[in-house]
Design a protein around this ligand. Structure first.
Ligand code: 13P
Ligand code: 13P
Ligand code: MG
Ligand code: MG
Length: 382
């Protein structure tokens, strides 16, 4: 049977700052999804959170972009927002950019990752969810999973994987995507995805049979009135085993806590720290950026599981490294490269400061340069 997995997420308000969702908002969202399951719109669901982001994990047989499924998610977030408002939670309704649903949740604020496929006899998947970062944060681990044999032994050993994978890469500024093949075009892939704020690995397909292996939430970027709205806490779905990465290969890709953008006020780089569900709460400097992973099987369209994938001493050293890097980055305070460059900052106030100081800048007579020179000043990229 063909099954669709839809993970739709939003931050509809959180406890004590941009910290953690409240159980009452999760409970009311759960009620909405329960009803949708009774009504036969969805087959199954699981609700979770990473930090202040609520994730609705749903299975159904209605395909991607289904307006009924999107409406269920929208209603769940709307109801949860009401509770968030009653409780006075912080930034209630933060990610809901519209008052009324108009057939498709894309472009309305929540992030959407959906994939439809023929369910295998055993269909293992992992869902990775992160807070205080952006979809491009998954570029490096997805590259490792699907293109780096030092991470994924299956690329060498498994005949189904040995043919390589196609990477669909989105340019969020131009709203265009390009598909490049690994291994032949590896260097081209890296030339693009090494700029994760602009180029995002949106989907990966297995070559040979074109089976889809991953999908990432990029919809909010895609965008909303043609304007780049930046750092949206992302979700990645990965199909596992038998021609896809083994679970352990997918997890191995997160053993290095690489630097990602989106920490504190959406404006700082920090290490992506994989944690258990229990520790999925943003704390120090509203972070460090957190990642959780849940493992499921899909059977007859139902979710079996989950297993809390990073709730494991095998990731203690990764977390320790992340904490050392946290300390190192924090010592830079407001200086780049801890702070993002002005054009990348989510809550941009620096140009306003430049506006205010405009009249106070005087020509430095003893320095060559100025408008005619090739030098670009810090705010010219805005
Ligand atoms: P406030 O200015 O609403 O406190 O928000 C700051 C912040 O945390 C932005 O992410
Ligand atoms: P969220 O995007 O997770 O709401 O965080 C906002 C922020 O900037 C916290 O510092
Ligand atoms: Mg928030
Ligand atoms: Mg968040």
């Amino acid at each position: 049977m063909k099954v669709t997995i839809s993970v739709i997420k939003a931050d509809i308000g959180s406890l004590a700052g941009h910290h953690v969702t409240h159980p009452d908002t999760m409970a009311v969202a759960s009620k909405v999804l329960s009803q949708a399951k009774k009504d036969g719109i969805i087959g199954d669901f699981y609700i979770t959170n990473v930090g202040d982001d609520m994730e609705l994990i749903m299975t159904h047989t209605r395909g991607v972009y289904d307006s009924k499924v999107h409406e269920v998610a929208w209603n769940a977030f709307k109801e949860a927002t009401k509770v968030a408002q009653e409780l006075g939670l912080y930034a209630a309704g933060q990610d809901l950019l519209s008052d009324s649903f108009s057939g498709n949740i894309r472009g309305m604020g929540p992030g959407v990752a959906e994939m439809e496929f023929e369910e295998r006899k055993s269909e293992p998947i992992a869902i990775f969810m992160a807070d205080k970062t952006e979809p491009g944060a998954f570029n490096l681990p997805v590259y490792k999973m699907f293109a780096d044999p030092f991470n994924t032994a299956g690329l060498v050993i498994d005949p189904l994987m040995h043919v390589g994978f196609n990477f669909e890469i989105l340019d969020v500024y131009e709203g265009e995507s390009v598909t490049l093949s690994s291994p032949e075009e590896l260097y081209d892939i890296l030339a693009l995805i090494g700029t994760p704020s602009r180029y995002i690995v949106r989907k990966v397909f297995r070559r040979g049979d074109d089976e889809q292996a991953t999908v990432v939430t990029v919809d909010r970027l895609n965008l909303i009135a043609g304007k780049y709205v930046g750092k949206d806490d992302p979700v990645l779905i990965v199909r596992l085993q038998h021609g896809f990465p083994a679970l352990g290969e997918a997890l191995e890709a997160f053993s290095f806590p690489h630097l990602v953008a989106g920490w504190m006020r959406g404006s700082h780089y920090g290490p992506l720290m994989p944690v258990s569900q229990r520790d999925a709460r943003a704390t120090r400097f509203d972070g460090p950026p957190r990642l959780i992973g849940l493992g499921f099987n899909i059977k007859d369209g139902k979710l079996v599981g989950p297993s809390d994938l990073f709730d494991d001493p095998a990731f203690d050293e990764t977390r320790r490294t992340a904490n050392i890097v946290t300390e190192y980055m924090r010592r830079h305070g407001p200086f780049m490269p801890h702070r993002l460059e002005p054009s990348e900052m989510e809550y941009t106030t620096l140009p306003k400061i430049m506006e205010r100081l405009k009249g106070r800048f005087k020509k430095a007579e003893d320095v060559k340069g100025g408008k005619e020179s090739k030098h670009v000043n810090e705010t010219s990229s805005d």
